[in-house]
Structure formats: C-alpha cells, structure tokens
Write a protein that binds this ligand. Sequence first.
Ligand code: SAM
Ligand code: SF4
Length: 334
Amino acid sequence: MDIPNKIVDNHGRTLDYVRLAVTDRCNLRCFYCMPEEGIDYLPKKQLLTYEEMERMLRVLAQMGISKVRITGGEPFLRKDLMGFLHRVHAIEGINEINITTNGVLTAPHISELKELGIKSINLSLDTLDRERFFRITRRDELDKVMDTFHALLAHGIGVKINAVVMEGQNTEDIIPLAQLAKDYPVSVRFIEEMPFNGGGNNHPVLNWDFLKILDELQSAFPDIQKVADAPHATARHFVVPGHAGNIGIIAAYTRTFCGTCNRIRVTAQGGLKTCLYGSDVLNIRDLLRNGETDESLALSLLQAFGNRAKNGYEAEEQSQLLMPSFASMSTIGG
Ligand code: SAM
Ligand code: SF4
C-alpha cells in the first residue's frame, strides 16, 4: 500500500496536527489536572521511546501531519527533550513545532528553542498571585514561571498564556491576567475547566463557561472587540484597542469547535486519541513493538481516522461505555 499524503476523516475534516505527550509525569499538581498525591505514573518501559515517537511522527508526516505540539505531563521533565526536539525538527514535512509547558524548568532552554525555530510556546499560568498559585498547583513555583515568561518575550518567542478558569479559585485573576495582553504582545487564553482531574467528573454543571468569561472581560474592557480566528482555532479571539496582545476564550467544555477539528492526540504510552473526550482507539506503541511496517501502521491509523466521532459529545458518550470516570489531563496532554 502506498501511504496517502493527506488525511481526511469520516466527517470531511482534514487532519494535519498531532499533540504528542512525551511524559505523564509532572512537577506540579494542578488540582484540575491531578490529585494531590499524583497519579500512578506508567512504568518507563510502557512509555514510547524517543525512537518510537520519531518513527511514528515520520509516518504521520508522510500522511500529511505538518504541525506537532509537544506536551505532557511536563515535557521538560523528560530527559533530553531538547535532543528529541532536534530530531523532530529534522523530519521532512513537519514545519511547525510548538510546546505546552508549565514553565518551571523551561527558562534554561529558551535560547536553544529559539535556535530550533520554535515560534510559539503555550505557558500555563492560572494566576499572578503567589498564594493562589500555590493553592492551585500545590507548589511554590510562580517566580520560575514568570522568569520563563519574560525570557520567552526577550527572545522574541511568541507566548500564549493558558489559564483555566475555576469557580471559587481564580475568577478574580481573569482581569489581571487579561491585562498582561495590555502591556505585552501575548495571547492570554481563558480555558473552560474540563473534568479531567484524575478523580472523576466533579463539575457536571460548568458555571464559568465562555459566555460568563466574556461577560467578565466586557465589564472590565467595554470596547473589547471580536477579531477573526484562524481556520482551525479552538480559541475565539478578542482585542482591546490599544493593547499590545490579544485575548482568547477556549470553550473546551462547551465544545463549540469540533466541526473544524484538525487534530489528533498521542498519549505518553502511545495511545491514539482521535478526540480529547474519547478513549484511546489504537495503541501505536504495541504496533511498533510488534514489528509492523510503516505501511501497516499507516493503514491502522487510517482506519482510526476514518472512524472519528462527530464531536466531543459523541466521543464522550462512546468512551463512557469504556471508562466511567475521567482520566488526568497529565496523561492526555491537554
Ligand atoms: N504540563 C504542561 C502544562 O501545564 O502546560 C503541559 C500539559 S497540561 C495537561 C496541558 C494544558 O492542559 C495546560 O494548559 C493545562 O492548563 C490544561 N489542563 C489541564 N487540566 C485541565 C482541565 N481539567 N481543564 C482544562 N484545561 C486543563
Ligand atoms: Fe502538571 Fe500541566 Fe497537569 Fe499542571 S496542568 S499538573 S503542570 S501536567
């Protein structure tokens, strides 16, 4: 079989973007993502090796995947991440590499990231207040995250702040975080909280949905304006006249963007997810370790891509038959 150079799913959506979790381990314990005691980390041999990830990405790149986001767990906890990024950079067809990080271990690598041509980093930051940072992440690391923020800007790397909005925890931070976009050329994105905290679904009703977040922004910035979004953007973008950056809202729980979804996910143990809300539909690690050829791996991938749920609600319904409570986002990659 010739490997096809374009992936179109069973709903006519072209897939060109993979989010790869390189580890399930983390140095923070954000309560919306992991329980305080952490999760049962996978034994190392169950994780994809860098060689396996590279081979998988080569096959995906041949199939038309051109954009990779490295995530986790905390990607910078995985030994020699920078070496791996150089290998990804060399893959023909991959023309954009981005990283999502909590920023605690990131600052020392920023010059090298710049040399590698990484244009944008998503930095998770839910508050600018030290005590609330500690309450949310259960670690006292705000200073290191802010060092990373400033170092990224100093190196001219684009910064997208990811802030999960949590009722009773950080809604007072929405405006101070949004003000970052006043002074700096950054995108501050507010994300609806999703039920992936490793402890089951604990908010069947989401009060702080994208409409309420927008309301809050409009009351502080009455002249805030909607601007056009990129074709597959999950965030709806807004600008406040005179501000250096922009503001985004990601309806991750309300799921308003599934119709244009162009992404797949691979977990640290090689599980393929064709929807964030779905369960793993294929184990790529097992296929690689069973000696499958690139062509047969591509065929298995194509079958999975041809059987995607229409949207996150359908995927959730299907996956609940298999996994009654939600996993930690640290294993899924966000
Ligand atoms: N450790 C890195 C970090 O925090 O940026 C990368 C992995 S983390 C799982 C990826 C993204 O998922 C982060 O921006 C985080 O805020 C987001 N996230 C984690 N749990 C979430 C939840 N329950 N609801 C919404 N977003 C969540
Ligand atoms: Fe770690 Fe990121 Fe999860 Fe926070 S959101 S616990 S930093 S993986």
